[in-house]
Design a protein around this ligand. Structure first.
Ligand SMILES: [Zn+2]
Length: 473
């Protein structure tokens, strides 16, 4: 069995990786805060995590991935208050959009998408343990804080100088009740707007709501156990979010929280970090409207190593669109009845075997997707040349198809139109979009009508776990 190597942010080294039980990788991935559709910068991280889970599966392990949905936070409460709604009314449609965007980008469904608001008892239990152990305290403002001075290894992930964290930090005026400016809130005392929007719960420390960092620790340990194999996220989460997750979890259990920490780099536009606050609004919806396929987006993202910054540009997306067109053509040619009839050459099978070896080596070496793509395109070039020659060997074509499918099972970059008649696929996708929109506005009559309309054309829908699949029945 091949070695699998990953860069671990905790040690700043590429290390050999395997799940603790040798079988199932227990993987936690920080999910979106569901007040606005996630931007492409978030989706670069989610695509990196999709590559991770598929590469781990190619290696032969099962993956149990948990991605949280942060459905209570300042921005959500503010929006709910502005609109006179509850936080649930604000977040539910955004969660639908998240799954729609995720499905569009072919990001595999995680094993669980826990919502923060569904784990309040687990979070309170964790706060209770931390207070009992003397590493958390209730301040005069009613909130409960984690005392970083009482957790000596604070800062080990980000490697920030803790003296600097403690003294040099900006002290916010409303934080005078804390023992230390950088102590972070585990439980925030309820304000009138929290009560008004359904964002307050009873607790031994009075009415309040959980802090963001607490959510991840409580849900990760509840669903995956006290020590995770792998914790992933965007590089911007290292400090303070992941540092705080470590502090809370390890102070409570005395055990290592995550054995390996893996972080994806930023998506940039014109050299600056992509985020809504700087005005670069790029959404999956925007890409879809611009007619850019999921296959092209995936190729664009995977063509740069996940630890390198990636620049979004029209030229890069065009190049990726052209690249996946070639992938689609090769896929079609391999499966063409005429190809199957003619058979292939020994060289075709050889090129396939060589490609699979190279792709595995690349992906198992810290997810080197650019090298895996290079090996795939080399296979396509050689494969096309071999298919031009007189074949005769059906088994070599079968081998080429098998290898191609295994590689594409990780990268997933065949344009959809290759899989079925393009016109029909477009029509189905349009109907599915309308149906999702109907469901978002809770128009179930229209949603059912579209389902029947699709059924009349032989399209069978399967709803489950927040996603919809279709097949021709
Ligand atoms: Zn998190």
């Amino acid at each position: 069995m091949s070695d699998f190597r990953l860069y671990n942010t905790l040690t700043r080294q590429v290390e050999s990786f395997a799940p603790a039980d040798g079988r199932v990788v227990r993987m936690y991935t920080c999910g979106p805060t569901v007040y606005n559709p996630a931007h492409l910068g978030n989706f670069r991280t989610f695509l990196f995590e999709d590559l991770m889970r598929r590469a781990l599966a190619l290696r032969g392990w099962s993956v149990h991935q948990v991605m949280n949905l942060t459905d209570v936070d300042d921005k959500i409460i503010k929006r709910a208050q502005e609109q006179g709604r509850t936080i649930t009314e604000v977040t539910e449609p955004v969660i639908e959009i998240f799954h729609r965007d995720r499905e569009f980008l072919r990001i595999q469904q995680a094993e669980a998408y826990p919502k923060a608001t569904a784990f309040i008892p687990e979070m309170l239990a964790l706060v209770g343990t931390l207070v009992e152990r003397g590493v958390a305290y209730q301040a005069d403002d009613g909130s409960v804080y984690f005392a970083i001075a009482r957790f000596p290894s604070y800062g080990k992930l980000s490697r920030l100088d803790t003296r600097e964290i403690r003294s040099g930090a900006r002290v916010l005026q409303d934080e005078y009740t804390k023992e230390n400016a950088q102590d972070f809130a585990l439980w925030k005392a309820a304000k009138p707007e929290d009560e008004a929007t359904g964002a307050a719960w009873d607790s031994p420390w009075g009415r309040g709501r959980p802090g963001w960092h607490l959510e991840c620790s409580a849900m990760a340990m509840q669903l995956l156990g006290e020590t995770l194999d792998l914790h992933c996220g965007g590089i911007d989460l290292i400090f303070p979010h992941h540092e705080d997750e470590i502090a809370q979890s390890e102070a409570a259990t005395g055990k290592t929280f995550a054995r390996v920490w893996s972080h994806g780099a930023f998506l940039l536009t014109d050299g600056s970090k992509m985020a809504k606050r700087v005005g670069n609004v790029f959404t999956v919806e925007g890409l879809r409207e611009a007619g850019i396929s999921a296959a092209a987006v995936r190729h664009f993202v995977y063509n740069t190593h996940y630890r390198k910054e990636l620049n979004l540009s029209d030229q890069a997306l065009e190049a990726s669109t052209e690249a996946v067109r070639r992938v689609g053509e090769f896929a079609r040619r391999l499966r063409d009845p005429a190809t199957l009839e003619r058979g292939g050459t020994a060289g075709l099978a050889h090129a396939a075997d060589e490609a699979l070896g190279l792709v595995r080596d690349a992906l198992f070496d810290d997810l080197n997707a650019p090298e895996a793509l290079a090996a795939l395109f080399d296979f396509i070039r050689k494969g096309n040349a071999e298919l031009d020659r007189k074949g005769g060997d059906r088994a070599s074509v079968d081998r080429a198809i098998e290898v191609f499918e295994r590689i594409d099972g990780v990268l997933d970059i065949v344009p959809l139109a290759v899989a079925a008649d393009a016109e029909l696929v477009r029509w189905i996708e349009e109907r599915l979009t309308s149906r999702r929109e109907a469901r978002i506005r809770r128009d179930f009559v229209e949603s059912d009508r579209i389902r029947d309309e699709l059924a009349a054309r032989g399209v069978v829908l399967e709803d489950g776990g927040g996603s919809t699949r279709w097949k021709l029945g």
